[in-house]
Design a protein around this ligand. Structure first.
Ligand code: ATP
Ligand code: MG
Length: 291
């Protein structure tokens, strides 16, 4: 169990990246959902012990992460948002090298670990290829393979699906859900479907503040009966946003499909719609609902 209490971080340029963040994260895949600049990477780097908070506490199974960095690192697998790979190294060689750095000193054991992680991440057939020639999806799967070295108990993956095509995203989702059965995985993303497909628990974060922590199913359930749709002309969108609490306005066949948050029918020609996680995400981000 990971417990984050009253975590604060202000950078030297005055940006408050984490504002009294409190979260309780159990095993399985936890989704950290938020737009660009929300503070996701700041939070993940802090959990990964790469930067200190100004104040607050993080405990993982009784371990004080801020104080006992080394102990946490031995339990941690981390896939940063951006990472470089040695382009001339092969997948097998680099993973072997990283395994050595991770402390897997026994050669036979290292070979076995590397082979099984390459297999798990569907990279066995590419193990002799140079990393410089890897596609985005292959790089992310390699990133997961290195994050799994040393059998971590807590795995942090920072926006791993950004830039992946639908097939690679599916493949990555399957890989994560396989891993997430036994350990704590924290997945940050701005892609709502990552969370609806993978996570039983999530938090929505914006401007350094956690807006809500709850299960995606509960978040959707609370919105049922409150999301209304109407197709309008493009030039009507602006006045609609002043008149209604517009959750989203999406182009459809040259017109715009409004989704509006309202306890009662907001006006003529609106139809009640089935709520989804994207509605919940925008309703929280736009402060139509609060916890
Ligand atoms: N090292 C830094 N120095 C100063 N400001 C920073 C630093 N790192 C991040 N910030 C600022 O802190 C805020 C949160 O940034 P962070 O990278 O944590 O957000 P994020 O949710 O990961 O965004 P993205 O989805 O774009 O990756 C932003 O306003 C960002 O500009
Ligand atoms: Mg980030």
């Amino acid at each position: 169990m990971l417990t984050i209490s009253n975590l604060n971080k202000k950078y030297s340029n005055g940006v408050c990246a984490l504002n009294n963040v409190c979260l309780t994260i159990g095993s399985g895949i936890f989704g950290l959902l938020g737009p660009n600049g929300a503070g996701k990477s700041s939070l993940m780097r802090t959990i990964a012990t790469l930067q200190n908070p100004d104040s607050g506490q993080i405990d993982f199974d009784g371990l004080n992460i801020v104080k006992e960095k080394e102990k946490l690192r031995s339990l941690l697998g981390y896939l940063p948002q951006e990472f470089g790979l040695y382009p001339t190294s092969t997948a097998e060689d680099l993973l072997n090298h990283l395994a050595l750095l991770k402390g897997i000193a026994n050669r036979g054991q290292r070979k076995e670990t590397v082979a099984s992680l390459l297999e798990l991440c569907n990279l066995s057939q590419h193990k002799k290829k140079k990393l410089g020639g890897f596609s985005g999806g292959m790089k992310q799967r390699f990133g997961i393979a290195q994050a799994l070295l040393g059998s971590p108990k807590i795995i942090i993956v920072d926006e791993p699906t950004a830039g992946l095509d639908p097939e690679e995203r599916d493949r990555f989702h399957n890989l994560l859900s396989q891993i997430g059965e036994n350990v704590t995985v924290i997945l940050s993303t701005h892609i709502v479907s990552d969370v609806s497909e993978l996570c039983r628990d999530m938090a929505i974060i914006n401007k350094g503040t956690v807006l809500v922590q709850e299960s995606p199913l509960v978040a959707i359930q609370k919105l049922q009966g409150k999301i209304w749709t109407k197709v309008v002309e493009k030039n009507q969108v602006e006045s609609a946003t002043t008149q209604y609490r517009v959750v989203s306005a999406r182009l459809t066949h040259g017109q715009v499909m409004l989704r509006v948050y309202s306890d009662v029918e907001p006006g003529a020609e609106f139809q009640l719609a089935s709520a989804d996680l994207e509605d919940a995400y925008f309703a929280f981000i736009r402060s139509f609902i609060q916890t």
